[in-house]
Design a protein around this ligand. Structure first.
Ligand code: 3PY
Ligand code: MG
Length: 323
């Protein structure tokens, strides 16, 4: 077990039973070696009944499966990480894509018709896979942020931030007192109360916070935002669609004005010691951004990738039959 994994385990109060798992990659990405042993999954000893803090549970299972916290993976993985958005509001699709090798999927409840009940089922579908579940929340509200965390999102992606005040709201809604004002409850994130007794020692850790940079105002405020993000934000993420829209050059993805702004954000975040991801429309674009030193790419969505694959295949067949 490496120092990093040992530290994570200690903080989470987890005792590991490590199998003779191979050094491995998760979703094609190399991971800190001890976390990789056992494929990121280890057997957690059953929490003592006292840990349930009066919320019940604690005796029925032989052991609980836990993963290396996504927050640590986001922060410490030496290689860039790769995901896609999920737009179909169904756990089977989420599970199916989750088995294809991405490091994480981002369930997109900003732009799709899905509410917390559905998003929770999608996260449950994903729990069968070696793939993390990030949730893009629909806005900077208590219900959206605390709700996504309670249903067990490994990370949240928060769109449309503009000001330091937005960062402060995200901080308040996602952290327990005294750091914030998130309410405590027996949701899926604490195994329906089973591990709620652990919150006092492990509160505010484990869950990743990713903040989107996709407005002109956020670009203008970038230095203040980076300062406010402090140790709380794990990664920033550029949305070139909204950014180009806000700059008045919608979808002109090679426009030097857009590229210069993106690369300026790359430099500023790097200077502040922050990781930065970006949306890529396809696999080639993803390689291009990774080549420029980005730490994370979200490649289109499962629907976008499916659409491209069908269109390309069909046009080959049509060409062949001359139709
Ligand atoms: C954008 O391009 O605006 C995005 O939010 C991509 O996720
Ligand atoms: Mg956007």
């Amino acid at each position: 077990m490496t120092e990093l994994a040992g530290e994570v385990a200690k903080r989470a109060g987890i005792e590991f039973v490590v199998g003779a798992g191979p050094e491995s990659t998760v979703g094609g990405t190399s991971v800190p070696s001890s976390a990789a042993s056992g494929n990121f999954y280890e057997t957690q000893k059953q929490p003592a009944a006292a840990d349930s803090g009066g919320y019940g549970g604690g005796s029925a299972h032989g052991g609980l499966t836990v993963r290396y916290p996504f927050r640590d993976f986001l922060r410490n993985n030496p290689a860039p990480i790769v995901g896609t958005f999920i737009g179909t509001p169904h756990p089977v699709i989420t599970e199916f894509i989750g088995h294809l090798g991405f490091d994480f999927l981002t369930i997109d409840s900003e732009h799709n018709a899905m509410h917390l009940e559905t998003v929770q089922r999608m996260l449950q579908g994903l729990s069968a896979c070696n793939t993390y579940g990030m949730v893009r929340v629909p806005g900077i509200t208590y219900e959206a942020i605390a709700g996504a965390l309670d249903i067990g999102a490994d990370a949240i992606l928060v769109p449309q931030i503009r000001t330091v005040d937005d960062i402060m709201k995200i901080k308040a809604f996602s952290q327990y007192p005294p750091k914030g004002r998130r309410g405590v409850g027996p949701g899926r994130s604490v195994i329906y109360g089973n591990t709620i007794g652990k919150l006092a020692e492990q509160s505010n850790t484990g869950v990743g916070i990713v903040i989107q940079l996709e407005t002109v105002q956020a670009v203008q405020n970038i230095d203040d935002i980076l300062r406010a993000a402090d140790d709380f934000v794990d990664m920033f993420f550029i949305g070139p669609g909204d950014l180009s829209m806000d700059m008045g050059i919608f979808a002109q993805f090679s426009n030097p004005k857009l590229i210069d702004t993106i690369m300026m954000l790359r430099e500023r975040t790097k200077a502040a010691g922050k990781k930065l991801g970006i949306f890529a429309g396809d696999f080639d674009a993803a390689c291009k951004w990774l080549d420029k030193g980005f730490d994370m790419v979200i490649i289109n969505s499962e629907l976008g990738l499916l659409g491209m694959s069908i269109s390309n295949g069909l046009s080959k067949v049509r060409k062949m039959i001359g139709g």
